[in-house]
Write a protein that binds this ligand. Structure first.
Ligand SMILES: CC(C)(COP(=O)(O)OP(=O)(O)OC[C@H]1O[C@@H](n2cnc3c(N)ncnc32)[C@H](O)[C@@H]1OP(=O)(O)O)[C@@H](O)C(=O)NCCC(=O)NCCS
Length: 183
């Protein structure tokens, strides 16, 4: 286990997460603004879990996806990814998904600060970025609620399922995180 919040744990993926993982990756509502494309095959899910289940340390130019699970039952409810830039070991990016049946219960807002704490305090990141489709209200509201600053709007910059979509880019600096958290 990486860390725990009041209701959630952040841990490595396990083989037994496969059914739920493939199921939410295939949910059109969840996949709407994501680049993985539908259908999302079970074999791809198996490969994904195999590639993630023993991965702990952040490495440059590499994504790590952690499983988000309910603390009481260990049921998988989503995932949280971190990427460290190839050209700068003190700049990271995050990405997140919650299965739709668990939306709007405050889970994203509960778990993301813990990964930010880890990135800014344990890993000494200077800056953490996140981007989302400009129509993904849930995602940008979550980022703004957490204190991320909208820094850019890229018009029709990202190809999803044959359609060019627009993106917002967000960022937060270590000193802003510390100020917000009174460190
Ligand atoms: C984005 C996502 C992770 C949010 O997860 P969540 O656990 O439902 O979010 P929270 O409950 O913590 O809500 C955070 C804020 O966003 C708002 N929000 C969440 N979903 C919303 C929606 N559909 N429409 C408008 N606001 C929404 C909440 O109201 C809350 O703000 P508030 O407390 O001020 O009301 C989830 O919607 C998701 O997984 N979406 C699909 C995958 C995805 O698009 N990921 C982001 C890729 S960039």
């Amino acid at each position: 286990m990486l860390l725990q919040t009041q209701r959630l744990i952040l841990r490595n993926f396990k083989d037994c997460d496969l059914d739920i993982f493939v199921s939410y990756r295939n949910d059109p509502e969840v996949a709407k603004y994501q680049g993985w494309g539908l259908p999302y095959p079970r074999e791809k899910g198996e490969k994904f879990i195999t590639s993630m289940k023993d991965k702990f340390a952040l490495k440059q130019a590499d994504w790590i996806q952690y499983a988000i699970a309910l603390k009481d039952t260990d049921e998988l409810i989503g995932d949280l990814g971190c990427y460290v830039r190839k050209d700068d070991a003190r700049q990271a990016k995050i990405g997140y998904t919650i299965a739709s049946k668990h939306w709007r219960k405050g889970y994203a807002t509960e778990v993301i600060p813990f990964i930010l704490e880890y990135l800014f305090e344990d890993m000494d990141m200077h800056r953490v970025a996140a981007d989302c489709d400009s129509e993904n209200v849930a995602s940008y509201r979550t980022l703004e609620k957490l204190g991320f600053r909208r820094e850019a709007y890229f018009v029709e910059s990202f190809l999803v399922n044959g359609v060019y979509t627009s993106e917002y880019h967000y960022g937060m600096l270590q000193r802003e995180w510390r100020e917000k958290n009174q460190r």
